[in-house]
Design a protein around this ligand. Structure first.
Ligand code: NAD
Ligand code: ZN
Length: 360
């Protein structure tokens, strides 16, 4: 693919819009939408790297607001400063807000766009691999509040999502690999060909070959779009996206969100879920091996350190579930590309599968 070229996916949700994926396409934004006034929200890391580029695509160079990078900024203080910024720039219902950054910028920026004046047009320009393949797609917005992740938010679809894989060159290796755990997830739960694509092109992915990344991002988006189109408000099959996440959330919570990046915890959770599926006779050992191989290749953890008690993890899982449906629900796989929702598993099946993925 040439510099400036792109491919597109059309999304049909409450609103129809387009996702564009390519390289060196950001400065072409004006060709895609008729922008009267644009303002942008970003974080300090993305600002340091791409501030000048962002200013060039804005209607006024100083229509740019940047906040301190990191999950800690995903709160109402940042949200309020975005409102102040929008008021200061006299933003109105015709102003486009560009959420230019990773998932944190996307979530808080989109929440601001969805609530300011009851909603102003939003464009996602995701710059992390996680934001390109996951968080910018589907319309969920959020901030953290009262110690709870994503507890305040809305469903709000953008006018356009523009994924320029050139940004991925500057993403650090851990963040990059961590997002791949979520891409592997799409492969396991519903897309055998995506999984094989990752196996065949693992070196190119690791070396961040741009054309390969464009394909990888497109395939991921296609999966997320299809799931969300089926289930926009998360009542049924969108739950499949939680594959690997039940244990991941417990591990993140047990380690106070300090030890693992989200995708790293997901990687462990995926190995657990496949191991449980294998033990229940739903899939073969080969499935488990292939999944461990690909995750390990991307330097993701596939075993749990022995310093967390299995019972402690189980209690967190149980508590988490009780707060919601009251039933322990796990997403399991019947082989790469196929998944099911399982309920009513017993405690020993779960703790047994956790014990087996512990480092010995
Ligand atoms: N809305 C959804 O559906 C959804 C889905 C999944 C995750 N999320 C949310 O997404 C967030 C995680 O997203 P994330 O992993 O992108 O985190 P992030 O936004 O914190 O970005 C990770 C780090 O990479 C930096 N960064 C971003 N782009 C860069 C680039 N091109 N070059 C160098 N550094 C760059 C950021 O400054 C940050 O330090 C979480 O808050 C999570 O809750 C939302
Ligand atoms: Zn996740």
């Amino acid at each position: 693919m040439q510099s400036g070229d792109f491919k597109q996916i059309d999304v049909h949700l409450q609103k129809n819009y387009t996702v564009i994926v390519g390289k060196d396409i950001t400065d072409k934004l004006k060709e895609f939408v008729d922008l009267k006034q644009t303002v942008a929200v970003t974080d300090s890391n993305v600002y340091a790297l791409y501030g000048e580029l962002i200013k060039e695509i804005l209607t006024e160079p100083d229509n740019l607001f940047s906040f301190k990078a990191g999950e800690e900024s995903k709160n109402y203080k940042t949200l309020h400063s975005i409102y102040d910024f929008l008021i200061d720039k006299r933003a109105d219902r015709y102003t486009y807000l560009l959420a230019f950054g990773g998932g944190v910028v996307g979530d808080v920026g989109a929440y601001a766009a969805s609530t300011y004046m009851r909603g102003i047009p939003l464009i996602h320009i995701p710059t992390s691999l996680l934001a390109m393949t996951d968080s910018s797609i589907g319309g969920k917005t959020a901030i953290n509040y009262g110690g709870f992740k994503n507890i305040v938010g809305s469903f709000y679809q953008p006018e356009l999502v523009l994924c320029d894989v050139r940004f991925l060159n500057t993403l650090n290796r851990r963040e990059f690999n961590s997002a791949l755990a979520e891409v592997v997830k799409y492969g396991i739960i519903r897309d055998k060909s995506l999984f094989s694509f990752m196996e065949t092109n693992k070196e190119k992915i690791k070396n961040r070959d741009e054309d390969t990344l464009i394909e990888l991002v497109l395939k991921s988006i296609q999966n997320k779009v299809e799931i969300v189109e089926e289930d926009e408000k998360e009542k049924g099959n969108r739950a499949l996206l939680n594959f690997g996440h039940t244990l991941a959330h417990a591990v993140e919570s047990a380690t106070e969100y300090k030890k693992y990046l989200h995708g790293e915890a997901v990687s462990i959770g995926e190995v657990f879920a496949v191991n449980l599926s294998f033990k229940l006779g739903l899939t073969q050992k080969e499935t488990l091996n292939r999944i461990i191989d690909i995750l390990s290749f991307f330097e993701l953890p596939v075993l749990l350190k022995d310093d967390i008690e299995t019972d402690f993890l189980y209690k967190i899982i149980e508590k988490d579930k009780k707060n919601r449906s009251g039933r322990l629900r796990f997403i399991l796989t019947k082989g790469i590309g196929s998944s099911i929702i399982a309920e009513d598993l017993n405690k020993s099946q779960i703790t047994g599968a956790i014990d087996e993925i512990k480092e010995k």
